[in-house]
Design a protein around this ligand. Structure first.
Ligand SMILES: [Cu+2]
Length: 183
């Protein structure tokens, strides 16, 4: 048999392993993906000539937003709106700006930007103008816990699994031996 104080230490270690594994193995927020398409878009907004899908996207601070070009040969360059270049557009409520997210014309080409401040951002294409190509993205403040490096996730998951196994094993060992008392 394991002595009482040893048993307690063992239980605490197992519980800590489970809690740590569960708390830290939270999956990192997924990147925000926006696809650029050419005429024939649903007409839900985004400009007369090119569409952002989704036209009103959402994301988180610190998480990459990636635009993928599927507009059949047209290059694009994305910039946050200002009143001169985006007549009629609402003012962005976040403080980040970008003016040179260049996207090559080949299908599958990408450009990306990582926002560090929350808010709703309105943006357009400097090549095709606001009227022909615009979208918006609402960025929320990333919620804690902080992102766990991808390579650590399986390690933490294994830690949680091991903790559960230790708890089960400990429970079994601490049960009274019924067969002996039945005699
Ligand atoms: Cu464009």
């Amino acid at each position: 048999m394991i002595s009482g104080s040893r048993k307690r230490v063992f239980m605490v270690a197992a519980v800590v392993a489970v809690a740590l594994g569960a708390a830290l193995a939270v999956k990192a927020a997924a990147d925000t993906a926006i696809t650029i398409t050419s005429p024939g878009c649903s007409g839900s907004g985004g400009g007369a000539e090119f569409c952002f899908n989704p036209e009103a996207a959402s994301g988180q601070t610190g998480v990459k937003v990636t635009w993928t070009n599927m507009s059949a040969g047209a290059p694009h360059n994305l910039a946050t709106c200002d009143s001169m270049n985006c007549p009629g557009a609402p003012a962005s409520t976040g403080s980040d700006t970008f003016n040179n997210v260049a996207i090559n014309g080949s299908d599958g080409s990408t450009g990306s930007f990582t926002f560090s401040h929350a808010g709703t951002y309105y943006y357009y294409c400097t090549i095709h103008t606001y009227a022909n190509m615009h979208g918006s993205i609402t960025i929320a403040t990333a919620s804690p816990p902080p992102r766990v490096p991808e390579f650590l996730t399986p390690v933490l998951g294994a830690g949680a699994g091991l903790g559960v196994l230790l708890l089960v094993w400990q429970r079994r060992r601490s049960k009274p031996d019924r067969s002996a008392s039945d005699v």
